[in-house]
Design a protein around this ligand. Structure first.
Ligand SMILES: NC(=O)N[C@@H](CC(=O)O)C(=O)O
Ligand SMILES: [Zn+2]
Ligand SMILES: [Zn+2]
Length: 445
């Protein structure tokens, strides 16, 4: 692996510098022209490009094992690298469910073999996501995969006694329960956000209160047992208010918003195009404004993609029959740039916080990921050209599924290169030909 010099890059959007990567770490950051360039170094012209810590996704669906027709660990993590990520947390709603040490170790190993990003499996909270019995949380935590994030995502842990026990249990290993907040009885048969649009087009609605009631209950449970709660894909103005209140009270809660909830609204359901069918549903313009404000003021800690690939078969059908979910790994950073950076609501340093440092900390992988862009740190980095624009082409993406809601849309920003411990996984804006040998990787233990 040759050393690399990034010429004229702007760490966190600041002053231009030459950044030298060698032996898997950041060797030097110097004024342009002033760095000691190691022999055989690969030079990359990075004038005006923003250098960020490698992005970390706390919420990715990789679909393997079980739905390799929609995505595999290899295809999904290649998409992640293309989107500027160096680590992802892989959700547990696979088949079989990731509810044992065996399955999480399998996913972890597949991630290592693929070599695109660090894959950190999420463990299920309940056996088979059935919401009836706690899964082997301790065994997953102690496994080679070192699971710290537990979630039944796709389903809500709605039984309050099970949720309480899970919150108590994970304290032993500093874990966190990531809740998919959806009151099941209030959302039976729901197809989209409940509101003016659902009434007009005649689709069954998913009321905001079904999300907010669970978040309110869970922050109180987390306070009661003194544990750590993470709220997945928060989507309503009321949810932002509840999390803001809970944080003000000192409750140990963190929250995420997806890129799609930062930019899309339920007006898109009028197309009856199931690409826009997602859980939680796209909400109103007022909700979009509230989640942007929550992200800007720190109430919402992170942006997480909820990348949810689905086959053509599961999406190319009438709205009511289609699966919930949309892809997001390859467009996340551009959506955050469009809605938050270009709008003057977040700086690039803030983006590094909400898309790298904070998710790494919540997932307890902050020893190796989400580190500062500083000398001696692991060279997990992404280089972005913020002045580029591109029209999203679903067929040209690295993900194995075509259900991007941004097809044909023009978005700002382009990931030019991604580095995992100093090795390029993306170069010249495209994933490199050959992924890394597993042996060259290390450091997460
Ligand atoms: N977001 C979705 O609409 N779907 C996710 C599940 C989930 O995140 O709840 C999926 O696994 O497809
Ligand atoms: Zn979910
Ligand atoms: Zn999800």
């Amino acid at each position: 692996m040759p050393p690399v010099v990034l010429r004229g890059a702007r760490p966190l959007g600041g002053e231009a510098a030459d950044v030298v990567l060698a032996d898997g770490v950041i060797r030097e950051i110097a004024a342009p022209g002033a760095a000691a360039v190691p022999e055989g170094a690969v030079e990359i012209a990075a004038d005006g490009h923003v250098l960020l810590p490698g992005l970390v996704d706390l919420h990715t669906h990789l679909r393997e094992p079980g739905r390799e027709d929609a995505e595999t660990v290899a295809s999904g993590t290649r998409a992640a690298a293309a989107g500027g990520f160096t680590a992802v947390h892989a959700m547990a709603n696979t088949s079989p469910v990731a509810d044992t040490a065996g399955v999480v170790e399998q996913v972890w190993r597949l991630g290592q073999e693929a070599g695109w990003v660090d894959v950190h499996p999420v463990g299920a909270v309940t056996v088979g996501l059935d919401g009836e019995r706690l899964a082997e949380l301790g065994a997953m935590a102690d496994s080679a995969a070192r699971v710290r994030v537990f979630s039944d995502d796709g389903r809500c842990v709605h039984d309050p006694i099970l949720m309480r026990r899970a919150l108590e249990y994970v304290k032993a290993f500093d874990g966190v329960v990531a809740q998919h907040a959806q009151e099941p009885r209030l959302t039976e048969g729901a197809q989209m956000n409940e509101g003016v649009v659902s009434a007009e087009i005649g689709l069954a609605g998913w009321p905001a209160v079904a999300e907010e009631a669970i978040i309110a209950r869970d922050v109180l449970l987390a306070e009661h047992v003194g544990s750590r709660l993470h709220v997945c894909h928060l989507s309503t103005a009321g949810s932002v208010e509840i999390v803001r209140w809970a944080k003000g009270r000192g409750i140990d809660v963190t929250a995420e918003v997806t890129p799609h909830h930062l930019i899309l609204t339920d007006e898109l359901a009028r197309t009856y195009d199931p690409t826009f069918k997602v859980n939680p549903p796209l909400r109103t313009a007022a909700d979009v404004e509230a989640v942007r404000a929550g992200l800007a003021d720190g109430t919402i800690d992170i942006v997480a993609t909820d990348h949810a690939p689905h086959t053509r078969e599961d999406k190319d059908c009438e709205w009511g029959a289609a699966a919930f979910g949309m892809t997001g790994l390859e467009t996340a950073l551009s959506v955050v740039q469009a809605t938050m950076v270009d709008a003057g609501r977040l700086t690039w340093a803030d983006v590094a916080r909400v898309m790298s440092a904070n998710p790494a900390r919540i997932g307890r992988i902050d020893g190796t990921q989400g580190r500062p862009v500083a000398v001696g740190e692991p060279a997990n980095l992404t280089l972005v050209d913020p002045s580029a624009t591109r029209t999203v082409d679903g067929a040209a993406q690295a993900t194995a599924s075509g259900n991007t809601p941004f097809a044909g849309r023009e978005l700002p920003g382009r990931v030019v290169a991604t580095f995992l411990r100093g090795r390029a996984t993306v170069a010249d804006g495209a994933p490199v030909a050959a992924p890394a040998p597993a042996a060259a990787r290390g450091g997460v233990r």
